[in-house]
Design a protein around this ligand. Structure first.
Ligand code: TRP
Ligand code: SF4
Length: 336
């Protein structure tokens, strides 16, 4: 049977939040047990495509992201966590693949299009070659490991599609060397921000981080958006439009959630008490993650060791794939 090789990762541009937890991390923790090989990359080179002017930010967040991975339960014995910039084969593949993609096709990529529109403050009217081409480098990330399964969010689907196109083109010219990966849309869901925004993110200021202290969690929950029509405590409320109720559903027991909704609708629950209960539950929920996080923060040498080992292992794998690619492309000079 064909080996199941999973590969996915994140750009290290900030600490990870509960949106990442429900949207991808939880799923990775589960999947690491279900595949034959599992690679999780810290995409520092990709992070530079839209942070080229801020290398400190990327560098600083590499360790944060690895600590987040370890704290949620990604097990370095099962998953190989590695640094993208230390796999030169990926950069080489990116150059080779760049001949197989047209500029027009990249400009049509919906993920790239959306991001360019969001990043006007970085690019102005003219987008860099590197950013426009990052789908090519992402195709290299995936194929350098012979990955078959790529768990991603919906917004990343066009990148996987573009990778599949590159693979088909490569194989039609140089022979059947590369494998077409499948995108895997996890069953876990995207969660809204504290302000009700569909997306949770640092720039929106509506996220709870895995690293947040109990005090930070409480103060953020206190500022969450509630039913705007509810002014006095005995006004009848609508939990469906309240972010506090939305989060009770994720972090509180079923019983607590149902009671909150019922009392809110009847007008016999104060929003402040409701929020305090939620803050306590989120805090409890994240406690084990926070504690593991603290442990790794105090032992940076352990984190480095995991990243170095993972990167060494990843490099061996990518080297093997590269040998096949170079042979197929008639670039295997000077072999004895
Ligand atoms: N594009 C992904 C993100 O922005 C990160 C990433 C880089 C990735 N290379 C990848 C994801 C390869 C899956 C597979 O989060
Ligand atoms: Fe929201 Fe709770 Fe206030 Fe109802 S009582 S509006 S659920 S915070």
């Amino acid at each position: 049977m064909e080996k199941k090789i999973m590969l996915t990762g994140d750009r290290p541009t900030g600490k990870l939040h509960i949106g990442h937890y429900f949207g991808s991390l939880k799923n990775r923790v589960k999947m690491q047990n279900e595949v034959d090989e599992c690679y999780i990359l810290v995409a520092d080179v990709q992070a530079l495509t839209d942070n080229f002017n801020n290398p400190e930010k990327v560098r600083k967040n590499v360790r944060e992201v690895v600590i987040d991975y370890l704290s949620v339960g990604i097990d370095p014995e099962k998953a190989t966590i590695y640094l993208q910039s230390m796999i030169p084969e990926v950069a080489e593949l990116t150059v080779f693949y760049s001949n197989l993609v047209t500029i027009a096709r990249l400009e049509r990529n919906p993920t790239v299009k959306t991001e360019i529109a969001q990043k006007k403050e970085i690019f102005g009217e003219s987008v860099t070659y590197g950013f426009l081409g990052y789908p090519v480098s992402q195709a290299a990330d995936i194929t350098a490991f012979d990955a078959t399964i790529v768990p991603v969010g919906e917004d990343q689907l066009p990148l996987i599609e573009q990778c599949r196109e590159i693979v088909r083109k490569f194989n039609s010219i140089y022979g059947e060397i590369l494998r077409e990966p499948e995108a895997y849309l996890s069953q876990t869901k995207r969660i809204k921000g504290l302000d009700g925004n569909e997306k949770m993110g640092k720039s929106l200021g509506n996220a709870i981080y895995l690293s947040d202290s109990e005090e930070e969690i409480t103060s953020k929950v206190m500022s969450a958006v509630t039913d705007p029509n509810r002014i006095r405590k005995d006004d009848k409320g609508n939990p469906e439009v309240c972010m506090v109720a939305y989060y009770h559903n994720l972090f509180s027991s079923k019983d607590e959630y149902e009671t909150a909704c019922k009392e809110c609708k009847e007008g016999c629950r104060g929003c402040v008490a409701c929020k305090k209960q939620l803050a306590k539950n989120i805090s409890e929920y994240l406690r084990p993650i926070r504690e593991k996080r603290k442990y790794y923060e105090e032992h940076p040498e352990l984190v480095d060791e995991i990243l170095i080992k993972g990167t060494e292992k990843a490099r061996e794998k990518a080297k093997n794939v590269m040998l096949k690619v170079k042979e197929a492309m008639k670039l295997d000079y000077f072999k004895e």
